[in-house]
Write a protein that binds this ligand. Structure first.
Ligand code: SF4
Ligand code: SF4
Length: 99
């Protein structure tokens, strides 16, 4: 039987040790990540208490506030569902994307 190896902590001593990876060096405005989505958040504004939590938690910064209400920019929303999970009134539903 093979002996299980113990996991070792990876330590990068300088940026030269970091493995090569894809990185963005410019604006992401042209990278419309909304095309990745298969479910999308839909806000029931009647039950929105305008707390701004969805805006704060969206990792894509694609929720903005217009007339004190949250608006989702679907060009960039990836459909991760974090906004729906964090919304205190549960007024954001994740619905299947129409193809
Ligand atoms: S589903 Fe994700 S990416 Fe889309 S608005 Fe909500 S938090 Fe942002
Ligand atoms: S988290 Fe929910 S209640 Fe708060 S602003 Fe967003 S949609 Fe409205």
């Amino acid at each position: 039987m093979r002996k299980k190896k113990r996991a070792q902590k990876i330590v990068f001593k300088s940026e030269k040790d970091v493995p090569l990876m894809a990185m963005s060096t410019g604006t992401m405005l042209h990278n419309k990540t909304g095309a990745w989505r298969n479910i999308k958040p839909v806000i029931d504004l009647d039950n929105c208490i305008q707390c701004g939590i969805c805006w704060k938690f969206c990792p894509d910064v694609c929720i903005f506030v217009e007339d004190e209400l949250p608006v989702i920019d679907y060009d960039y929303c990836k459909g991760c569902g974090i906004c729906a999970e964090e919304c205190p009134t549960k007024c954001i539903a994740m619905v299947e994307e129409e193809k």
